[in-house]
Structures are given as structure tokens and as C-alpha cells.
Design a protein around this ligand. Structure first.
Ligand code: HEM
Length: 393
């Protein structure tokens, strides 16, 4: 009989064997301790992502839905229709390909600068110096956060995701960092009010938009903005590190990619499928629902095990093979349904620029395991730190 607890040492060490058992033996699995259901098969997660009887309003992280230590504050990803639909439409235009096109040359400059600094030493810290330096600056620019505060944003986001042995989920310091982010954005909104800054950006969109027939209060705007900076800066470096690790492990695929750079978006997509950092996100049942012969009742939590679904053999032939030319019809790494990642075009552009430049300028990189640190938490898997070494030029 399969046993699954996202906080167990075994699962945090390597969740994939347990996911395989769940998919085979109990695709709709009850976690009694948390009164929640874990959904592990691709088709179920995909279909349930558009199920109106599942709500995000009680939170989506394990710290909100399972351990309940993280407060639920107003954020786009925690809104149900119709308010969600209205706000998402208003925000979407800022993150669409045509609105972010001007960011690509800036991204390339940032990436080139990182590589210029790294090339003489023959090593680069992929998460910090390469990935996060880019993603934080891109998120700041896409949203309208002053660029001089990019380093502060990076440090607050890193603290937010910190974990401590023996503490289930978010730490006290992570919660403090969340509070500091809110305080920062309240101050930013107050400054905009004072100066009358009328920039056409996300910060001002939040200041003026009406949702549910009223304007948003400053603390609501601050909460929305903190979600955008967290979502916009944290996941990309982790996925980039995973993709670079897999390409180093498959030098023949990397060599092919160097000759065929048009394949980079698909390679990144395969990396996202193969090693999705966010293990799962949650929903809460609002109306009785039957899934896979199980009855889900109002108030119960539901875990979309995205990382499991992306390895489901019913959806992907040879799911445990990394193949950058796979061309999967669907993947779940950006979610599905109405909460599909709104920042996916930003992430895809960042990945393309990073991988194009890395393949050109440090084509033989290897993971330096002595200078790398795995991240093993109930929520996010991958690397906390990853250094790669390459032939200096
Ligand atoms: C590789 C990078 C990224 C990955 C893997 C990723 C993944 C995801 C996933 C899985 C969701 C669905 C959440 C759910 O099911 O509850 C999501 C939603 C979201 N993401 Fe991303 N994301 C990335 C980058 C970004 C960026 C760069 C931004 C912003 C600039 C962003 C902003 C958002 C927002 C605002 C939502 C909520 C959308 C909604 O509820 O309508 N993400 N993302």
C-alpha cells in the first residue's frame, strides 16, 4: 500500500518513486492528516484545473492549505471568477509577447554581463549570478518596481522560500520576509500617490483598476505585487538550473542544440516537464465532487501533484527519459485552466536568451557538485545553489 506525506523525509529526498506508486495504485489519494486529496495523474490534474467546484480562495501553497501557517492575502492566483477573470484580463496585456518584446535586448545585455564576469574564472553560479539576476530585473521591469531595489527583492524572495530542518513548511523568517515585501510595496504605492507618477505599468494598473465595483486598498495592491515579484523571480532560476544540469548530463543533446538553436524553446519545455521545481499546488473543494471513484467533500484540500503528472506514462511515452525533441502535446509546468501562468512568455524569453548565450559562450559546462546544493522541500525541489564550470576563454 502506498503511503504519501509530502513532508516525510523519504518524499523530500526523492518524490518520484512515491509519485509512480500513487499514479499506479491510488491516483486520488487521501491524506488523512490534512483532510486533503493528492491527484497524481496527468489527465486528472489537467481536467480538474478547469473544475469550478475547486477554489483557490483558501490558498494554493502547502503552507496555506495543509499546515495553514501562511495567511491568505489578496493575490491574482488566489482569486476565483468573476473577480479573477476581470483582473487577469487587465494584467495580461503587460505580460504578453508584444508588451515584453522590448525586454529581450535588455535581458541579453544582463546575461552577457553575467557571462563576461564569469568567463575568465570558468565558473558561474547558475541560480544567483545567472538566473536570478536576470529574472528579478525582468520582473521589476515588467511590473514597474525601481531597478535599484532588485537586489533587495532577490534577498526577500530567497528568505521567503527558506526552510529549516524540523519546521514543516514556511519558517518564521520566511513569514517575516513576506511582511517586509508587503511593507515595501505599501511604501511604493504611497510614493506613487505622492508623486502622481502616471507610468503605464502594472503598479499603476493596480492603483486604478476596479474589481468587484471598487478600487483596491494599498495593502491589497501590495499583496498582489508581492505575488508577482515572487512568482516572477523565483521559479525561473530553478528551472534554468535543472535544464542546464540535464543538458550537461546529455552532451549529445546539448551538441545538437548548439547546432539547432531553434530547438531551445522545446528543450526548455522538456526541462520544465522533466524536473518541475514546484511539486504541487493546492485547491479547496467547494461542492461535492467525484474523482476516480472517490468523493471529495466541501472544505477538503486538493493537491495537484504537477511534478508527478509531468512524469505520467499515460500521457508521455518513456516519461523518465529526457528528450529535448519530445514535442509533448501538453505539459503542466505552467499549470492549466484559468490560472495558467500569466508570466510564461517572460519565462520563455528569459530561457531562450540564457540558453542561447550559454551554448555560444560556455558550450562544455559541467555541474560542479562540490559547489552545488540540492533543495529538498515539500514544495520546491531542485537546487538551492548550483555552480557550473567550463573551459575559461
Ligand atoms: C519558469 C518560470 C515559471 C514557472 C514554472 C511558473 C509556473 C506557474 C504555475 C504552475 C502557475 C499556476 C499556479 C496554480 O496552479 O495555482 C503559475 C501562475 C502564475 N504565474 Fe508563473 N511561473 C513562472 C514564471 C512566472 C513569471 C516570470 C511571472 C511574472 C512575471 C509569473 C507570474 C504568475 C502569476 C501572476 C500566476 C497566477 C495566474 C493566475 O492565477 O491567473 N510566473 N505560474
Amino acid at each position: 500500500m502506498v503511503h504519501y506525506d509530502p513532508f516525510s523525509a523519504e518524499v523530500m529526498e526523492d518524490p518520484l518513486p512515491v509519485y509512480a506508486k500513487l499514479r499506479a495504485e491510488a491516483p486520488v489519494y487521501k491524506l488523512d492528516k490534512y483532510d486533503a486529496w493528492a491527484i497524481s495523474r496527468f489527465e486528472d490534474v489537467w481536467t480538474l484545473s478547469s473544475e469550478p467546484s475547486l477554489s483557490v480562495a483558501s490558498g494554493t501553497t502547502p503552507s496555506q492549505v495543509l499546515t495553514k501557517v501562511q495567511p491568505v492575502t489578496p493575490m491574482l492566483n488566489l482569486m476565483d471568477p468573476p473577480e479573477h477573470t476581470k483582473l487577469r484580463v487587465e494584467l495580461r496585456r503587460f505580460l504578453q509577447p508584444k508588451s515584453i518584446g522590448h525586454l529581450e535586448p535588455i535581458a541579453r545585455e544582463i546575461v552577457k554581463q553575467s557571462l563576461d564576469e564569469a568567463l575568465p574564472t570558468g565558473r558561474i553560479d547558475v541560480l544567483g549570478e545567472f538566473g536570478m539576476r536576470l529574472s528579478v530585473q525582468m520582473a521589476c521591469r515588467a511590473v514597474g518596481i525601481p531597478l535599484e531595489d532588485a537586489a533587495l527583492m532577490a534577498s526577500l524572495v530567497n528568505r521567503f522560500f527558506g526552510r529549516e530542518p524540523g519546521v514543516e513548511g514556511m519558517t518564521a523568517d520566511g513569514l517575516a520576509a513576506a511582511g517586509e515585501l508587503i511593507a515595501y510595496f505599501m511604501n511604493l504605492v504611497a510614493t506613487r500617490e505622492k508623486t502622481g507618477d502616471a507610468a503605464d505599468d502594472v503598479v499603476n494598473k493596480f492603483r486604478h483598476v476596479e474589481v468587484g465595483g471598487r478600487k483596491l486598498a494599498p495593502e491589497e495592491i501590495a499583496s498582489h505585487l508581492s505575488m508577482l515579484i515572487i512568482g516572477g523571480s523565483e521559479t525561473f532560476p530553478k528551472t534554468l538550473a535543472n535544464v542546464m544540469r540535464r543538458l550537461a548530463e546529455h552532451p549529445e543533446q546539448r551538441a545538437w542544440l548548439r547546432e539547432n538553436p531553434a530547438g531551445i524553446p522545446e528543450a526548455f519545455r522538456e526541462g520544465l516537464r522533466f524536473d518541475m521545481p514546484t511539486q504541487f499546488l493546492c485547491r479547496t473543494v467547494t461542492k461535492p465532487l467525484e474523482v476516480g471513484g472517490q468523493k471529495l467533500m466541501p472544505g477538503q484540500g486538493v493537491l495537484f501533484l504537477y511534478a508527478s503528472a509531468n512524469r505520467d506514462a499515460l500521457e508521455f511515452p518513456n516519461p523518465d527519459v529526457f528528450d529535448i525533441q519530445r514535442r509533448a502535446a501538453r505539459i503542466l509546468s505552467f499549470g492549466a485552466g484559468i490560472h495558467t501562468c500569466i508570466g510564461l512568455h517572460v519565462a520563455q524569453m528569459e530561457a531562450r536568451v540564457c540558453l542561447e548565450e550559454a551554448l555560444r559562450r560556455m558550450p562544455d559546462w559541467e555541474v560542479d557538485w562540490a559547489q552545488s546544493e540540492r533543495l529538498r522541500t515539500e514544495f520546491v525541489q531542485g537546487f538551492a545553489k548550483m555552480t557550473v564550470s567550463f573551459r575559461p576563454s
